[in-house]
Ligand binder design. Structure first.
Ligand SMILES: Cc1cc2nc3c(=O)[nH]c(=O)nc-3n(C[C@H](O)[C@H](O)[C@H](O)COP(=O)(O)OP(=O)(O)OC[C@H]3O[C@@H](n4cnc5c(N)ncnc54)[C@H](O)[C@@H]3O)c2cc1C
Length: 296
């Protein structure tokens, strides 16, 4: 029974804590699927207890904060290291300036204790459909940098998510950082949940847009917890782009976002309620961003 399983000791594993990036890449290339990296451990510890993960080798990234952490602006992009914690993201002036939606999502993850150790890289690699960092990053057109002994490659954030708890990383690859275009878009995030704190989102919505000459510029609406992976709401984004920047536009964007969503019913909400929530939250978010962008 699950409750007894929690009391049973976690099967032993070898623990490695490399101090340099070459050392890490070497370890990653010399072990196959029996290896798992750990950052904050807030997802992995639960997976170990539930036996949904049973690695023979656990590689701690904690000594590589200099290489895989930090938040900086470089070459026209905001770079957030995989080991940046949600507390660091929440308090970063760079994130507030270029990726406000991500800052808002970070400020709502778990509790202060969770935010102090849970990392951005871990949130994406776990590939939960409800990962709160994903919709802001998808809306902002962010990419992840992946690293292995074979070299580097980039992936759009939505391609990191392949299915529920299935990521698009190859064996021996880690996320080293996330890059967000540092342009002038305004972004925001909101969510619905069964209570205010320390609970996964029932639905989350992020929006990134601009207003020029009375019209919305390129706009991206992204949704969490309403499909097997976080998604770009394509119909809603397409309809918002180029539409009149007036409150009346919000209703159509919200209707199309609900059409874009493909939720299931589960312990947190029915599919029907989730679609309703997508409509309500998207409408609210469009109105909020519009009033921020058109405030005198
Ligand atoms: C009480 C509680 C509340 C929570 N609330 C929320 C919430 O509100 N919103 C939300 O989205 N999540 C929430 N979570 C889930 C979790 O905290 C986040 O997903 C967190 O960001 C995971 O990061 P971590 O550093 O702890 O990952 P870890 O547990 O260390 O790792 C998670 C997975 O990612 C892999 N991994 C870690 N780093 C990398 C990397 N750099 N490259 C490749 N793979 C990597 C690991 O191998 C593992 O498979 C909550 C969890 C708990 C326990």
């Amino acid at each position: 029974m699950k409750s007894f399983q929690y009391l049973a000791p976690i099967p032993p594993f070898e623990y490695l804590a490399p101090g340099t990036l070459p050392e890490l890449l070497d370890i990653l290339s010399s072990h196959g699927k029996e290896l798992q990296v750990v950052a904050g451990g807030t997802d992995l510890m639960i997976a170990l207890k539930e036996r949904t993960a049973a690695p023979k080798v656990v590689v701690d990234l904690g000594r590589l904060r200099k290489e895989l952490g930090g938040i900086a602006v470089r070459g026209g992009a905001l770079r957030v290291g995989a080991l940046a914690t949600f507390a660091q993201i929440e308090s970063s002036p760079f994130v507030a300036r270029y990726a406000e939606a991500l800052r808002q999502a970070a400020a709502n993850v778990g509790t202060l204790q969770i935010r102090s150790i849970a990392t951005l890289g871990g949130n994406l690699a776990t590939a939960s459909p409800a990962a709160d960092a994903a919709p802001p990053l998808i809306a902002l057109g962010a990419t992840v940098m992946l690293q292995s002994s074979a070299g580097e490659r980039t992936l759009p954030v939505q391609d990191v998510f392949v299915g529920p708890k299935r990521n698009g990383l190859r064996s021996g690859e880690i996320i080293s950082y996330v890059e967000i275009p540092a342009n002038g878009v305004r972004s925001a995030w909101t969510r619905g949940a069964v209570r205010k704190e320390n609970v996964l989102s029932t639905v989350s919505v992020a929006l990134a847009t601009t207003v020029q000459d009375g019209k919305f510029g390129t706009s991206r609406v992204a949704l969490g917890a309403v499909a097997p992976t976080p998604i770009l709401a394509e119909k809603a984004s397409g309809a918002m782009t180029g539409s009149e920047a007036i409150p009346e536009s919000a209703e159509r964007v919200a209707t199309l976002a609900a059409e874009d969503s493909k939720p299931i019913s589960d312990i947190r909400a029915s599919a029907h309620y989730r679609k309703h929530l997508v409509h309500v939250l998207t409408r609210r978010l469009v109105l909020r961003v519009l009033s921020e962008l058109t405030a005198p």
